[in-house]
Unconditional design. Structure first.
Length: 185
């Protein structure tokens, strides 16, 4: 089995055993919804809320190796925990608690990547919100791939409704305009 899928399955099993709410985002979700591309790591959103992060961080650090020293402090400062799966694949755990992130996890569905590997991923719409909000060149390439593969099935109103307040907080309303232009050129 693909090492990324194995790493995803390993951390998914850990999180499901504890009933911790999560879903995969990033490259694994792009493989499901967008254009196939190489990805080096596993990215996921873990709902920790605000103020409870240490419980989750410490639990994960007991089971997975950190990729950096002072992982706890880094995770608390940056809201991302940098881990390695047992096979050495990098795992980035976003410590999440915004309403959008909670809704994204609630909307997530399983996807069969391999006969023995079903992983819980964000919806195409939620992935587009994350990618557009990140506003990096690779993210826009991923958005374009998702539009290419999913355009007829996308709930554009939902995407705009979720992305707009996030961009208002970031003071980057032009991101919403760029996304709308990509969807309806």
């Amino acid at each position: 089995m693909n090492p990324l899928f194995l790493a995803g399955l390993e951390i998914q099993n850990f999180l499901e055993e504890r009933k911790w709410p999560f879903c995969f985002i990033g490259g694994l979700a792009v493989i499901r919804w967008g254009e196939l591309r190489m990805t080096q790591d596993v990215d996921l959103c873990l709902i920790t809320g605000f103020g409870n992060e240490k419980k989750y961080i410490n639990g994960l650090l007991e089971a997975f190796k950190s990729r950096i020293p002072d992982a706890l402090d880094f995770a608390l400062d940056n809201r991302v925990l940098l881990l390695s799966a047992s096979n050495g694949v990098s795992v980035d755990v976003s410590l999440s608690g915004l309403q959008f992130e909670t809704e994204m996890v609630n909307r997530a569905t399983p996807f069969l990547y391999d006969q023995e590997c079903s992983l819980l991923t964000s919806s195409a719409e939620d992935l587009m919100v994350l990618k557009a909000f990140a506003d990096r060149s690779q993210d826009w390439i991923d958005v374009e791939g998702i539009i290419t593969r999913q355009k007829q099935h996308l709930d554009v109103d939902y995407i705009v409704k979720q992305l707009t307040p996030l961009c208002e907080l970031k003071e980057t309303p032009e991101i919403v305009d760029k996304l709308k232009e990509m969807i309806n050129p």
